[in-house]
Ligand binder design. Structure first.
Ligand code: ADP
Length: 371
């Protein structure tokens, strides 16, 4: 792979060499073709001059003719060198700039919404790096666009289900097929609540993804936040006859984080554990840590997550079991927001599961305050 600086230097050298060669060639042609005819006649006059005065005049004329000839030769040679120099440098510049022009054209097409544009990687090092970066950027944009289209499709799909249900109830009422009793209205109200929850989740997601959620990072004790969330969700777990065990850490659990956001993440994760664990199950909250991080894990003995679903649980609208989630009203956005918040706080949220029926573990890791 060649370097651009050597290419430019070589191009300049080529232009200089062509210019000099043309100048020499032109000078030689002019010297052999012009000099004899103009100078020879002056020399002949000089040779035939009889008097001192005639010699003087002939010498003067010869000198003038020589001067004119040299000037003409140099001027014509220089002109030839300039013309060929400019022509060859334009040709070389065009050759070197071609990859840049290709990138320019492709970026214009991308700006027009054609995200499949890629450029060929040239064999000049610096331009190759630029082309590779450009292609990576184009691929990233294409991915964002794909996600945007998928998001719109998902939102439309999610909205359709409760809207169809509501439409069905209204038609049933109008046709007299459904009784206008409290039960029908309660079911309609449940569908509107589902719609409202979806819209609220979407708004929260868009705020998080746009980086509009202000984070107030401070030194906080993770134990305190975990205990608070644990106490808040205990009644919910109790109503399902779940045993919830909290193992406080043996060492300090000071982290740098926004306490409200940490509580939000834990509420989501613990809420999911309660939701996806059948009656009589157990939920265990434990701490662990390394030199740089403190982690809190929420393990349940619930329905578990299939191995092929594990990488997707943090994706928008992902639900391992769509029909069950729809009945329970889950939108599949909670974990997307939770992971995003964790990452915004320089932390991480990950999921583990041995498989269906074998329970799940969600681990939130945050940066240790004194690391
Ligand atoms: P949802 O509102 O559907 O719970 P989440 O984003 O919180 O949305 O979760 C996404 C999906 O991840 C859930 O639909 C479920 O399939 C799976 N999931 C999350 N937590 C658990 C858990 N503790 N046990 C089993 N599956 C879980």
């Amino acid at each position: 792979m060649r370097k651009l600086k050597w290419r430019i230097a070589a191009a300049h050298m080529a232009v200089v060499i062509v210019g000099v060669a043309v100048a020499l060639l032109a000078a030689w042609i002019i010297a052999t073709a012009l000099v004899p005819s103009s100078i020879q006649s002056q020399l002949a006059t000089l040779r035939q001059a009889q008097s001192q005065e005639a010699i003087g005049r002939a010498t003067e004329a010869l000198t003038a003719a020589f001067g004119r000839t040299v000037f003409t030769a140099v001027a014509l040679a220089a002109l030839g060198a300039i013309v060929t120099g400019v022509a060859s440098s334009l040709l070389l510049a065009r050759h070197i700039l071609r990859p840049l022009q290709a990138i320019g054209t492709s970026s214009q097409r991308i700006a027009d919404g054609r995200y499949d544009q890629r450029v060929a990687v040239p064999d000049v090092e610096e331009l190759a790096a630029l082309a590779v970066n450009f292609n990576q950027m184009a691929a990233a944009l294409q991915d964002v666009e794909r996600q945007r289209v998928a998001l719109i499709a998902n939102v439309a799909h999610e909205l359709r289900t409760p809207l169809t249900a509501l439409g069905g109830y209204l038609e049933g009422l109008m046709d007299g097929l459904l009784p206008a009793d409290p039960e029908t209205f309660a079911q309609m109200s449940q569908e509107t609540r589902r719609l409202k929850r979806l819209v609220d989740d979407l708004q929260a997601l868009s705020r998080v993804e746009a980086g509009q959620v202000p984070l107030e990072m401070e030194r906080v004790d993770l134990r305190q936040i975990v205990t608070r969330v644990y106490n808040q969700l205990l009644p919910q777990a109790g109503s399902k006859d779940l045993a919830v065990r909290l193992h406080p850490p043996s060492t300090t659990a000071q982290v740098m984080a926004d306490p409200d956001r940490v509580a939000q993440i834990l509420t989501n994760v613990l809420g999911n554990a309660i939701h996806y664990t059948p009656e009589g199950g157990t939920i265990t909250v434990e701490f662990s840590g390394s030199r740089e991080t403190v982690s809190v894990s929420v393990s349940d003995t619930g329905i578990g997550i299939p191995a092929d679903a594990l990488p997707f649980v943090f994706e928008r609208f992902y639900r391992a079991d769509r029909s069950r989630a729809h009945r329970s009203g889950g939108s599949g956005i909670g974990l997307t927001i939770a992971r995003r918040l964790a990452r915004d706080m320089n932390g991480e949220l990950r999921a583990e599961s041995e498989g269906p029926g074998k329970g799940s573990t969600f681990v939130l890791s945050l940066a240790r305050a004194d690391a």
